[in-house]
Design a protein. Structure first.
Lengths: 94, 157
């Protein structure tokens, strides 16, 4: 399910292409990259996920901090949940 | 009144907490190590895009909490979290998939949208940049658990 915060921020910025970079602090750290296009009505979207794990180093690559690189494999298209904005009646705050 | 995503989500999850914080002005003393580390890590990311030393920034920001009585979850420690943070910064640089041009302008960007009855909705976007060459709005998140159900398409296969 897409983070509703991303939907909200897409709405306020007017930018339909959104991405989330998730830094995972586990024993072998990993970074998840998530990019999606949020349609105006949020009926569908296409999403690309990929993950890199620190422990798997493949080929060298120039980098300001260290050196390695990965080939990238795109994930299949995913369906997004319905809009959190379009069908919600907001209560009046306290 | 000015609203934000966090404000509204807190109201939906616990109206009383919303009242204490946003109407009565109480602020919770945050002792959660994960939360404080996340803020330190975001500053390190900003340093990364501004071509400063992100590791040094992470150490400096995180060191400010070293002697505090923090709540560490999952049996982790201050040192372990620092180590993980440095590894993540290295990994992020190695991946080199995210670009933010003009970082002073495109990091922590404030957006305001007018709402009915004179209200506003405000958001601070972590970054406007590119992921794999595609221009997009970017949000960072630090967590102990990977986002589930997205292991297909891993880039290190």
């Amino acid at each position: 399910m897409l983070d509703p915060q991303l939907i909200c921020y897409s709405w306020i910025t007017g930018i339909s292409d959104v991405a989330q970079v998730v830094f995972v602090r586990k024993r072998l750290v990993e970074i998840q990259y998530f990019r999606t296009t949020i349609a105006k009505n949020n009926a569908r979207n296409s999403a690309v996920w990929s993950t890199t794990r620190f422990a798997v180093l493949r080929r060298p690559n120039s980098c300001r901090i260290a050196a390695s690189g990965f080939r990238r494999t795109l994930a299949p298209t995913a369906r997004m949940s319905a809009s959190v904005w379009d069908n919600r009646n907001w209560s009046t705050p306290l | 009144m000015t609203y934000s995503y966090t404000q509204i989500s807190q109201y939906l999850s616990c109206p009383r907490r919303y009242r204490y914080r946003y109407l009565d002005g109480w602020r919770e003393k945050d002792t959660r190590a994960a939360m404080l580390f996340g803020r330190a890590f975001e500053r390190a990311l900003s340093a990364y895009f501004q071509r400063d030393d992100p590791g040094a920034v992470l150490f400096r920001e995180w060191a400010a909490h070293k002697d505090c009585d923090l709540e560490y979850s999952n049996g982790t420690t201050w040192d372990r979290m620092l180590q993980q943070g440095v590894q993540l910064l290295e990994r992020f640089g190695q991946d080199d998939r995210v670009r933010v041009r003009q970082p002073r302008k495109n990091l922590q960007v404030k957006f305001t949208r007018p709402m009915p009855k004179g209200n506003d909705f405000v958001a601070y976007i972590d970054a406007i940049g590119q992921l794999d060459g595609t221009r997009c709005m970017l949000e960072w998140k630090t967590t102990f658990q990977p986002v589930p159900g997205r292991t297909a398409g891993t880039a290190d296969a």
